[in-house]
Write a protein that binds this ligand. Structure first.
Ligand SMILES: [Zn+2]
Length: 203
């Protein structure tokens, strides 16, 4: 089991902070930062539990709340893929010195930036929460306003206004039509009245 040995050695060499379970939102943020730095193409998916991961040509998949060590390991494969441009499905050539070095570099990048990244992420989360709270307050205010008699009366008056303008338009249209009706009655009378059905029969 060369892979198992590889994992064990890797795990032993990891610093303690990289072994801790980390929330998905944090892993996702670190992944995005690493992606823009190392320019790999895979997207990130979460699946299952158990601190594991997997990488192929289009995605990196890690378990929920995985450790930073697992993230670095899989990102290491994504960088290998970018460099080599193919993926060895058996994985025999993917747990090698190259991968060990890349993973160490990825870990170093995380370690160097972790304070700044956590700060930015916290700000982002806070802003997101603020936006959600403001939205909720606005929705509540809207519902309260809609329930007031003032609002209902205003809406009713708007509706009356719309229908009054429709009535006005209908009255004008009817007036025009009646005027034309009178003209045509006169015309028909002057030529002798014929019913429309008898006209059609003569065609
Ligand atoms: Zn691996």
């Amino acid at each position: 089991m060369p892979h198992l040995k590889y994992y064990q050695t890797e795990n032993q060499s990891l610093p303690e902070w990289a072994k801790l379970n980390t929330p998905d939102r944090t892993i996702e943020y670190y992944f995005d930062r690493l992606k823009s730095r190392y320019k790999f193409r895979q997207k990130l998916l979460f699946h299952g539990r158990g601190n594991g991961g997997n990488c192929n040509s289009w995605r990196v998949r890690v378990s929920h709340d995985c450790s930073i060590g697992v993230l670095a390991h899989e990102v290491g494969h994504a960088i290998q893929f970018r460099k080599r441009g193919y993926y060895d499905t058996k994985g025999t050539r993917w747990h090698c010195n190259e991968h060990r070095k890349i993973t160490a570099r990825v870990l170093k990048t995380i370690e160097t930036n972790i304070t700044e990244w956590n700060f930015t992420l916290a700000k982002k989360v806070e802003r997101g929460m603020q936006v959600a709270i403001t939205k909720e307050i606005k929705e509540k205010e809207k519902t309260t306003i809609k329930a007031t008699p003032d609002y209902k009366l205003q809406k009713l008056r708007e509706s009356i206004k719309v229908w009054e303008s429709k009535r006005k338009r209908a009255e004008t249209a009817l007036k025009k039509l009646r005027r034309r009706e009178k003209l045509w009655v006169k015309k028909v009378q002057s030529e002798g009245l014929k019913s429309p059905s008898s006209l059609l029969k003569s065609l």
